[in-house]
Ligand binder design. Structure first.
Ligand SMILES: Cc1ncc(COP(=O)(O)O)c(C=O)c1O
Length: 399
C-alpha cells in the first residue's frame, strides 16, 4: 500500500530526514563556527578569533539599563523603537556623518545590525533576485540572501588592490536579475574602508543598474587616521541606500542586541512590517542603554578606538615581520594576513596553528573563496595576548 510522505509508520529516522526545509538544509555551516568547535576544549588557547570587543560596555551605559530595570521600564516599545532613541540617533547621524533621516518614518531600531540586514533583504527580494556581495565579507551575508529567497553573487576583492571594489568585475556580475549590492566598510575581515572616490563609483554603478545598496557601516566609528564617509550622505544616494549599523562594536555592546536601519520611507515601511510580526521591538532595556551610549559615551568610544589603534600597529608590524603580508587596516579590528608562502590552505594553517601552538585565528576561506590563502586575526584582544600569539605564530612558521 502506498503511504503519504511522512506518514506515522515511516519510522522515526526516516520521518525526520527531510523535515527541514530544503533551502535551510542546503546552507553550509558557518566556517567560523566549524572552526571554533575545534577551539572548544583546548586549554590555554590564545584566541584572536572572535569578532567582538574585549572591553565591557562602558559603565554609564550599564548603569542606565540597571536604572531602567529599577524603575520598571520593562514593557514593549513602539515597533519602530523608542522615539527618544530615534530622535537622538537622527541628531547623532546628522552631526557625525551629515545624514538627514526622519525619526518617524525613515528609522527602525533592530535586534542588532544582523536583524537589519535580514529585514532589508527580505523586504527587497523576490525569489531568484540576485544580490552582489563584495568578498571577502562578513559570514552572514550570503546565507541571509539565500534565506530571503535571493541568489548571492560574490564579487572578489584582492589584497593587491587594497581590497577596494573591482568595478570591472562588479559591472560584469550585473544581470537582469540583480536587485541589490551589499557593501561593508570598514570591512570585516579585511579592515579596508572606502573613500569618496570608491563611493562615487559605487553610486554610478547603483544608478546605472537601478540597484539598492545595503551599506553595512557598523565599524564606522572604528575608523583610524581618516574620516568615515557614509554612503547615503552622497547627494542622490539616500533614495537607494539602506544604511545598517548598530552599537555592538564601537560601544562594546554585542550582547545587548541593538542595531538600526535607516532607509527611504517605502523600504523602511516594508521592513517594519516584517519586524513587527517577527520581533515586535528591539529589547527595551537595550534601547535605553543605546540612548545613553549616543548621548554620553563619546569619550569611552574614543578611548577604545585609541587602544585598538595601538594594537593594530603591533599586530600588523608583527605579522609582516614574520613574512605574512598584512595591510594596515583602515578600520574595524581585524588584520587579514597572507599565508600563501606557507603553501597551506587557510583551514590547514589555522587547524595546525591551533594544534601546535594553541593560537586561534579564523581561516580566510570562511569569508569567501577569495579569502582563501589568508587568516583573520582580531585585535580586539589585549597587548599581551597579541604579543604571545605573535611569538607562537613565529615559532610555528619556524618549524
Ligand atoms: C560587518 C558586520 N555586520 C554586522 C555584524 C553583526 O552585528 P550585530 O551584533 O549588531 O548584529 C557583524 C558582527 O560581527 C559584522 O562584522
Amino acid at each position: 500500500m502506498s503511504r503519504a510522505v511522512g506518514a506515522p509508520s515511516a519510522g522515526r529516522t526516516a520521518r525526520h530526514n527531510g523535515r527541514v526545509a530544503q533551502h535551510v538544509a542546503a546552507l553550509p555551516p558557518s566556517g567560523i563556527r566549524k572552526f571554533f568547535d575545534l577551539v572548544l576544549g583546548v586549554p590555554d588557547v590564545v584566541s584572536l578569533g572572535v569578532g567582538e570587543p574585549d572591553f565591557s560596555t562602558p559603565w554609564n551605559i550599564r548603569e542606565q539599563a540597571i536604572y531602567r530595570i529599577e524603575t520598571g521600564r520593562t514593557a514593549y516599545t513602539s515597533n519602530h523603537g523608542l522615539m527618544d532613541l530615534r530622535e537622538a540617533l537622527a541628531r547623532w547621524l546628522a552631526n557625525r556623518y551629515g545624514l538627514d533621516y526622519d525619526p518617524a518614518t525613515e528609522m527602525l531600531i533592530t535586534v542588532g545590525a544582523s536583524e537589519a540586514i535580514d529585514l532589508a533583504l527580505r523586504a527587497l527580494l523576490n525569489p531568484g533576485d540576485e544580490v552582489l556581495v563584495l568578498e571577502p565579507c562578513y559570514v552572514s551575508y550570503k546565507p541571509t540572501v539565500a534565506l530571503a529567497g535571493g541568489v548571492p553573487v560574490p564579487v572578489p576583492t584582492h589584497q593587491r588592490d587594497g581590497f577596494r571594489p573591482d568595478f570591472a568585475a562588479l559591472e560584469a556580475a550585473v544581470t537582469g536579475r540583480t536587485r541589490a549590492l551589499i557593501i561593508n566598510y570598514p570591512n570585516n575581515p579585511t579592515g579596508a574602508t572606502f573613500g569618496p572616490e570608491d563611493l562615487a563609483r559605487l553610486q554610478r554603478l547603483a544608478e546605472t543598474h537601478d540597484l539598492v545598496v545595503i551599506s553595512d557601516e557598523i565599524y564606522a566609528e572604528l575608523t583610524y587616521d581618516k574620516r568615515h564617509h557614509s554612503l547615503p550622505a552622497l547627494p542622490g544616494m539616500k533614495e537607494r541606500t539602506i544604511l545598517v549599523s548598530g552599537f555592538s562594536k564601537a560601544h562594546a555592546m554585542t550582547g545587548w542586541r541593538l542595531g538600526y536601519a535607516c532607509a527611504p520611507r517605502d523600504l523602511l515601511e516594508a521592513m517594519v512590517k516584517i519586524h513587527q510580526y517577527t520581533m515586535l521591538c528591539a529589547p527595551t532595556l537595550s534601547q535605553y542603554a543605546g540612548l545613553e551610549a549616543l548621548e554620553h559615551s563619546d569619550e569611552d568610544v574614543a578611548a577604545m578606538r585609541e587602544e585598538y589603534d595601538m594594537r593594530r600597529r603591533l599586530i600588523v608590524t608583527g605579522l609582516n615581520s614574520l613574512g605574512l603580508k598584512t595591510l594596515l587596516p583602515e578600520g574595524a579590528f581585524y588584520a587579514f594576513a597572507d599565508i600563501t608562502p606557507t603553501g597551506l590552505t587557510s583551514e590547514q594553517f589555522c587547524a595546525e596553528l591551533l594544534r601546535a601552538e594553541k593560537v586561534a585565528v579564523v581561516p580566510g576561506g570562511a569569508f569567501g573563496e577569495c579569502g582563501e590563502g589568508f587568516f583573520r586575526a582580531s585585535y580586539a584582544a589585549g597587548f599581551d595576548r597579541i604579543e604571545t600569539a605573535l611569538e607562537r605564530i613565529g615559532r610555528f612558521l619556524g618549524r
